[in-house]
Ligand binder design. Structure first.
Ligand code: FES
Length: 120
């Protein structure tokens, strides 16, 4: 674990996760810490799940090309967030997290365990 408390968390197989463009990852730390996992043009991106505008679920958003970069469009009011750095044209910001692929598995550098299924 590094000093920020983050560790590489395995979230599943590339071949399975790549089937969906957007999905929710449930955090062992509770809903606030859930992430949205995006897959676009062969690349995975991890971003905090809830929109920094008014809390819309970004894991149900659409992925769009916008000004030459991949963005997610929030389903609630349509604001766009850059998948790479979480930035937004009017100054909103989503936290993004590093993703790596190792031996066919997807890992996210994160502070809690993550799961594709909701905790009981
Ligand atoms: Fe996402 Fe308003 S809640 S754009």
């Amino acid at each position: 674990m590094d000093e920020s408390g983050k560790e590489w968390r395995c979230v599943g197989k590339v071949e399975e996760l790549a089937r969906k463009k957007c999905q929710r990852l449930y955090s062992a730390g509770g809903k606030t810490w859930d992430l949205a996992l995006f897959h676009s043009k062969g690349v995975f991106y991890a971003m905090e799940a809830w929109c920094s505008h008014l809390g819309g679920p970004l894991f149900t958003g659409d992925i769009e090309d916008y000004k030459g970069r991949c963005h997610v469009m929030c389903p609630w009011h349509g604001y766009m967030f850059d998948l790479k750095d979480g930035s937004n044209e009017i100054g909103l910001k989503q936290e993004v997290h590093d993703v790596k692929i190792e031996n066919g598995d997807v890992y996210i550098l994160y502070r809690t365990e993550l799961s594709l299924t909701a905790p009981e």
